[in-house]
Design a protein around this ligand. Structure first.
Ligand code: PXG
Length: 299
């Protein structure tokens, strides 16, 4: 069965879900997106993702034409149309069709797309044993440039870093900001643990304020860790007791080696293991039900 895609108010087979080559999303990367997960029939943190979509839209002055409630309904409808319980949901809003110049005022109507698909997960072995990652030469663009808090369709900064990670044979790259402080990864936020402190870079370091980042902080606090949003360097990475990443695709994943330096014992740390486990329990009991029978799972 072909996937069913939401395109400007209609659900159509993926073969028919097409946008013009004159769309400024295609010509200039002018647009925004969200990556959302559904677990076990529950769409995780849907309101938070929609809020972030509106914040991205407001910042780039893109008129979404739909209310938060309408977007929520469209997302649920798209997951149902694909009969999915576990899904990766991609919401994409591009500036729409314009002429060949930059001017977004020439684009009269945004293109609104929702894709709900099965998820490609990291290998389970990596959750048990942890990732080896590297810092890369490409710097994360600063908050005073195109702010990384905008989840924009222009991901070239992160793609350059991902190319460097591929060249080094690692699955994810740690990006520093222009001052050399750790910012985030290409599609994940980063945390270190020092003693009883759970530390992640502050948003002014230049990063996407990840929704799983917030969840990890909440779980960390419930485990008795002190949460700190602080700048730190590669030195702090190498000498951390524990390290992990959070993101839509990765969820919570341990890191055991950075730039050839083994982190602590080279195994996922005890707090990290607890956070990985608690995160899994959390996602299976929180969210917006896609189907009526999933309502009872919500705690
Ligand atoms: N930082 C960046 C730059 C991201 O793109 C995150 C952090 C984590 O945010 P959430 O809200 O998911 O906790 C993201 C989002 C992929 C992929 O294929 C990952 C993201 C976006 C697009 C693709 O790995 N992660």
């Amino acid at each position: 069965m072909s996937r069913m895609v939401y395109l400007n108010g209609e659900i159509v087979p993926e073969e028919m879900a097409k946008v013009s080559v004159f769309d400024h999303g295609y010509l200039y990367g002018d647009g925004i997106f969200e990556g959302i997960r559904a677990y076990n029939g529950l769409v995780f943190k849907l309101d938070e993702h929609i809020k972030r979509l509106f914040q991205s839209a407001k910042t780039i002055m893109l008129n979404l034409d739909l209310s938060k409630e309408e977007i929520k309904e469209a997302i649920i409808k798209t997951v149902r149309a694909n009969k999915l319980k576990d899904a990766y949901i991609r919401v994409v809003v591009s500036r729409g069709i314009g002429d060949l110049g930059l001017d977004p005022d020439k684009c009269k109507k945004p293109n609104f797309v929702i894709i709900a698909s099965e998820i490609a997960l990291y290998d389970q072995e990596l959750y048990a044993n942890g990732l080896k990652v590297m810092t890369v030469p490409t710097r994360r663009n600063g908050a005073e440039m195109v702010n990384p808090r905008i989840k924009s369709l222009n991901y070239l900064n992160n793609i350059m870093a991902r190319i460097e990670a591929n060249l080094m044979g690692v699955p994810e790259a740690i990006m520093l900001n222009n001052e050399g402080y750790v910012a985030e990864c290409t599609g994940d936020n980063i945390f270190i643990i020092e003693g009883k402190n759970l530390i992640t870079p502050p948003r002014y370091a230049g990063l996407l304020k990840g929704i799983k980042r917030e969840v990890a902080m909440e779980i960390g606090e419930s485990l008795g860790l002190k949460i700190k949003e602080e700048l730190f360097t590669r030195y702090d990475l190498y000498n951390a007791d524990e390290c992990f990443l959070t993101g839509t695709a990765a969820e919570v994943i341990p890191v055991v080696e950075i730039d050839g330096r083994v982190i602590a014992e080279g195994k996922p740390g005890q707090y990290t293991q607890k956070i990985v486990k608690e995160f899994r329990d959390y996602v299976n009991s929180h969210g917006v039900p896609v189907y009526p029978e999933d309502q009872e799972k919500v705690s």
